[in-house]
Design a protein around this ligand. Structure first.
Ligand code: HEC
Length: 194
């Protein structure tokens, strides 16, 4: 009898530990959902879209000109925007805050002789790169999320459906040179300097 009751107590104790553990883990797996503007960019299970109003509501982060390999001028121009508050927060502590959204427009260009010299200007929009800062690992099962960010490319035809499938294959290798600055090429954005 004594053996059985000891076993019984042990079993009850064990199941309590299991229950506490399962409960604890479920709690830990539920990070705060995004609020405000970011909530409009990130849907269920981490599905991203290009923020509809970034050109009027977001702030300019900076621009890149990709030179023609033959001839003069730039073949592409990249214009980068950040969600409101991103720049102010970064100037304070040198980090992109949870929920910060970055949008990079990719343009083909027109190059011509102007009164300032040989000048390239943005012409045809090709699409957008979007990144969303995630400090807590909200979507561990989604292959577009990891290393502190959601990562996605959108062809101009559809700002609501990404064509990228895996950030490690589609994005990350090219961003390794910027790893030390949270995968972002911050040196190209003078506005981030305090
Ligand atoms: C061919 C290399 C390459 C690939 C692939 C690539 N990037 Fe980038 N990305 C860069 C470089 C270099 C810059 C900065 C210079 C520029 O835009 O030309 C940049 C800039 C950005 C920016 C602006 C913020 C910053 O880091 O300066 C975003 C946002 C971005 N990339 C997102 C992505 C996402 C999301 C993917 C995958 C879907 C991706 N990139 C794939 C090379 C790449």
């Amino acid at each position: 009898m004594r053996v059985i009751s000891t076993l019984g107590i042990a079993l009850v104790g064990f199941s309590m530990i299991v229950a506490v553990n399962v409960y604890g883990k479920t709690e830990a797996r539920k990070p705060e959902p995004y609020k405000g503007l970011t909530a409009g960019v990130v849907g269920d299970a981490g599905k991203m879209s290009v923020p509809a109003d970034y050109r009027t509501v977001y702030q300019m982060l900076g621009t890149w000109a990709v030179a023609e390999t033959k001839g003069s001028g730039s073949k592409e121009m990249h214009v980068v925007y950040a969600s409101p508050g991103t720049i102010a927060a970064f100037r304070k502590d040198g980090h992109f805050h949870d929920g910060a959204v970055l949008v990079k427009e990719v343009f083909k260009t027109t190059t011509k002789s102007m009164t300032t010299g040989t000048v390239s200007s943005a012409d045809k929009l090709v699409g957008w790169f979007v990144m969303v800062k995630d400090d807590v690992g909200r979507f561990p099962k989604n292959k577009l999320w990891g290393d502190g960010w959601g990562w996605a490319w959108f062809d101009v035809a559809n700002p609501n459906q990404t064509t990228s499938t895996n950030y490690k294959e589609n994005c990350q290798n090219c961003h390794v040179p910027a790893r030390e600055s949270d995968w972002i090429y911050t040196f190209g954005y003078p506005v981030l300097k305090p």
